[in-house]
Design a protein around this ligand. Structure first.
Ligand code: MG
Length: 446
């Protein structure tokens, strides 16, 4: 539904804007209209600078929410965006719903909230960030309890042992790391260069299971104590690609996820995907597909998506070109937007995971991000069943830069603004609540 039909008080300058602020705003003309709007929006319709928000504004703000990306949005490199801290305090004090939606992962949400508070200069006991952080793997918290309690998962990532502990806290009762597997049977991987570092911490396999190397790999008469993996979870960017690709490949060619077996369906041209991944093998879940990420180094670094490309390459080579079947979380995956939307509808940051029983409808959610391929694309493509509109705002403080070759990003946002403070000002004005950047970035609490 066009924005102009939804704003609490239709605003004259929005009349020509209905197309540009909708989710479908992907063509060139609309994009320019949106950018133009941003430049026009200067005349106040209602001022918040002089005091508390009035009732009409309060109602308008109670029907919207914000989803903030973190890296490149709340800070640029190591430097917090000026005014971001004050802006967050301000929207918190006005009871506006918001979450932080990041493709980062590999740690617990509370660890991320603490580090983000510190980087923004907020104290930990300020109720601004806690229970609002959604990491790439956080949606797994909401997985079916039977899957978490009954099944066995293989988990890997930058720090598999930390990932396991977080997965245990999510409710996954049996989480196995690559280190557990090579500790259980060193024939799986005949190299020991990382045994004293990355793979140093291991635990016995659950329920007394073993990794046997005496099984005929094609036999379906699998011993009762053979390790069976039901899901593979790549939590974030793995460090030992060699071992991880080996073990994941072993499982994807196995009979029903029993390590050390080989499915007799592999390569059967009469079956879908030539029989590959057609024999009850574990599902492969990747927590995000970001190919690159930005560090202090001048050239972008490889992320989890690069690992997936390497795995796809090996898979294609070993299967004669079969498709690697997997599911992805993280932006732009719709699983992640569904999860974030549900959290915002049941917003309860006083609860441990930010979700309460009570549901409050939303009219619009504004996604503020720096990455067109993930933040913007995901928000543009997301169409929740309840009809809420997700609007994408691109900031210039992160990975996207306007260059002579790329004047506009491939995935076009509703609007491009300088930074996150400007993004919130734009969104609030779009709701008919006029605010200035100065007010949002000021220390005043009203
Ligand atoms: Mg970012």
């Amino acid at each position: 539904m066009p924005v102009s039909q939804l704003v609490t008080r239709p605003w004259p300058t929005l009349n020509g804007f209905s197309a540009s602020a909708t989710r479908a705003s992907t063509d060139r003309r609309r994009f320019h209209a949106a950018t133009l709007l941003h430049e026009k929006v200067n005349s106040p319709s209602r001022s918040l600078q002089q005091g508390p928000v009035d009732d009409a504004s309060r109602k308008a703000l109670s029907e919207i929410a914000f989803a903030f990306d973190i890296d490149g949005v709340l800070y640029q490199g190591q430097r917090a965006i000026p005014g971001a801290k004050e802006m967050l305090r301000k929207i918190r004090s006005h009871d506006i719903r918001y979450v932080f939606l990041t493709n980062g992962g590999g740690s617990h949400e509370d660890a991320k909230y603490k580090s983000l508070s510190k980087r923004l200069g907020l104290s930990e006991d300020e109720d601004v960030i806690r229970n609002r952080v959604i990491l790439s793997h956080t949606p797994m918290r909401g997985w079916d309890e039977n899957v978490k309690k009954q099944g066995t998962v293989l988990i890997t990532g930058s720090h598999p042992e930390i990932a396991r502990r977080v997965a245990n806290e999510y409710g996954f009762a049996r989480a196995v790391t690559p280190a557990d597997i090579i500790e259980a049977n060193d024939k799986v991987y005949p190299f020991d260069n990382l045994r004293e570092s990355l793979h140093k911490e291991s635990r016995p396999l659950p329920d007394g299971k073993i990794v046997s190397n005496t099984i005929d790999p094609y036999s379906k008469d699998v011993p009762a104590n053979a390790l069976k993996i039901d899901q593979i979870l790549v939590w974030n960017d793995p460090r030992d690609w060699s071992l991880d690709i080996q073990v994941i490949h072993d499982l994807l060619i196995s009979h029903r996820g029993y390590l050390g077996t080989i499915s007799d369906k592999n390569g059967n041209a009469l079956l879908p995907n030539n029989g590959w991944q057609q024999d009850g093998q574990p599902q492969l879940w990747i927590s995000n597909l970001d190919l690159l990420w930005k560090t202090e180094y001048p050239v972008n670094r490889f992320g989890t998506g690069a690992f997936v490309e390497a795995l796809k390459g090996v898979w294609a080579a070993s299967t004669g070109g079969a498709e690697l079947q997997f599911s992805a979380l993280g932006k732009p995956s719709q699983h992640t937007y569904e999860y974030a939307h549900d959290r915002l509808l049941h917003h309860a940051p006083e609860e441990p995971h930010g979700k309460g029983q009570k549901k409050r409808a939303l009219k619009r959610v504004y996604m503020i991000g720096d990455n067109p391929e993930s933040d913007i694309r995901g928000a543009n493509e997301f169409a929740p069943a309840d009809g809420t509109e997700w609007i994408s705002i691109l900031v210039k403080t992160g990975v996207w830069k306007e260059t002579a070759a790329e004047r506009e990003p491939r995935y076009k946002p509703t609007v491009i603004v300088d930074d996150v403070v400007e993004a919130i000002a734009w969104a609030m004005r779009n709701e008919g609540v006029d605010v200035t950047r100065e007010w949002l970035a000021s220390e005043d609490w009203v």
